[in-house]
Design a protein around this ligand. Sequence first.
Ligand code: ASP
Length: 324
Amino acid sequence: MATLVIHGGAGGDGPWLGKTPLDPARIACMKQVLQIVGNKLESGEIDCLEAVTTAVEMLEDEPLFNAGQGSVIGEDGSITMDASVMRGADLAAGSVVNVTKLRHPIRAANLVLKQGWPVMLNSSAADDFGLNNGLQEVSQDWLITELRKSQWQQWKSSKSNPGATDEDDSLLDHDLEGRVTTEFSDEGMGTVGAVAVDNNGNLAAATSTGGMTGKPRGRIGDTPIIGAGTWSDDLIAVSCTGVGEAYIRTCAAHRLAMDYQQTNDLPTSANTILDAVAPLGGRGGLIAVTSTGDFVMPFQTRLMYRGSWKSGTVQVGIGPEIET
Ligand code: ASP
């Protein structure tokens, strides 16, 4: 019954062209997260809230994902990060917006949830809350990686739309030069998330992101907004990835929960919601798991980093196919 599903962001346009040389490291990270956290969830060592928080923390620590270290860089040259977490059993939620110095924004969101009130904290107050509660402080220099610097420079010099260079591995790996740049779309993105159900059927969801390369100062995406990028109740847990504004305008994660309540058909409900998001410029993906352990990982972009753990079986995928 215990099931853990994670994503590492959806993005890109056009047909799948295969893995980049940076993808094996992303796959290795996802497999490690699924194995370690899946086993702990199944054994009852941790509950679903701790499972999604730990999974997202581990993804935040992988510099190739757009969350924590390796977050994408905003218009002003700095990293600001958003994260949220929700527990289905009592609809408890915690969220932090535009934090700049926390190694693990998702842990700050978890602490906000556990404190009970308020649900959201923003900017320096959210950073201070995390630090006052013992979270690790890191510098912007530590958060910013060479890949993200190159993507930001490319974004700036090409005057692209925010997010256009987020998926461009070629800017670090010169073997790929000319390949990914010809695939540029204005929908590049990336983010991390986890949803889980424990052996008692309890659910939780968590999402964390650096947003989109070149995002304007003060911009808030869907990731920290409960009901848009993250939702969990007693039937379903959802984490979304894509251009956040479209997910906010459709209350995507909550809408999926409401649709699923009506249909009891998870794949159909998930696709209905992605179809509602897409016309608003938000082609992307989501992961969702139900209290009975059914899960989906649909996306409408070129790729979505994703994986699942169920009864000891780990599956991961990037393009259309799932690999084990
Ligand atoms: N949804 C995130 C945002 O808009 C980005 C992403 O999912 O990659 O901030």
